[in-house]
Ligand binder design. Sequence first.
Ligand SMILES: *[C@@H]1O[C@H](CO)[C@@H](O)[C@H](O)[C@H]1NC(C)=O
Ligand SMILES: *[C@@H]1O[C@H](CO)[C@@H](O)[C@H](O)[C@H]1NC(C)=O
Length: 213
Amino acid sequence: MKVFFWFLCFLPIVYAAGTYDYFQLVQQWPPTYCNVSGGSTCSSPLKFTIHGLWPSDSSKTQAPKCTGSPFDSTKISNLKSNLRNDWPDLNGNHERFWRYEWEKHGTCSETKYDQLQYFRTALTLKKKIDILDTLVKANIKPDTVARYESSKITAAIQQKTGFTPRLWCKNGKLLEISFCVNTSLADMHCPSVLLNYQLNVCQGKVQFPDKVA
Ligand SMILES: *[C@@H]1O[C@H](CO)[C@@H](O)[C@H](O)[C@H]1NC(C)=O
Ligand SMILES: *[C@@H]1O[C@H](CO)[C@@H](O)[C@H](O)[C@H]1NC(C)=O
């Protein structure tokens, strides 16, 4: 009986550490990333790259932080060339970046997607839409001087996918785009709590820079 009560006491705490009901696939725009937070070694290919796949809670603004199995580089040996291409650390510390994303975010959904599945899933989800191609076809091209209405960026993507993404900006530049999928990985509109979250929100006309500076 005592044991049972201890179990009841701790169960909710364990769950609270990693509650999630959808995922955000967050992709970043390297020229903006390097402008706002890169160092002198920051590389800025003109293509969207993965920042992370974040188990998220639709009632909260911030993704939960979790703990679980430590990152094991050997588990993703076969994915590394794809990861370096689609999920690079822009300062070249790839393994450190993957470790951080797995240990902070990936572990939240570890009971459903183990480390290999987590990285593979992110790569697969990224392939569903070529963001740059979609934007260019909507006449939203990386440019040094042009400014684009952020609602038009959202609309171009929504028209392609059928679902509302969440844009993130910094210093008036497009920084990241989150796509949302449910726990079965089906596309969904990003939840209103995320869309209404004011942090780094894109407002009015923004830059989609083709250069760091
Ligand atoms: C995810 O969305 C799909 C399509 O709308 C739906 O069939 C599925 O039941 C959803 N899964 C969960 C866990 O909500
Ligand atoms: C970031 O971009 C601005 C122009 O929008 C430029 O003045 C600044 O020097 C850039 N910063 C870096 C670190 O390149």
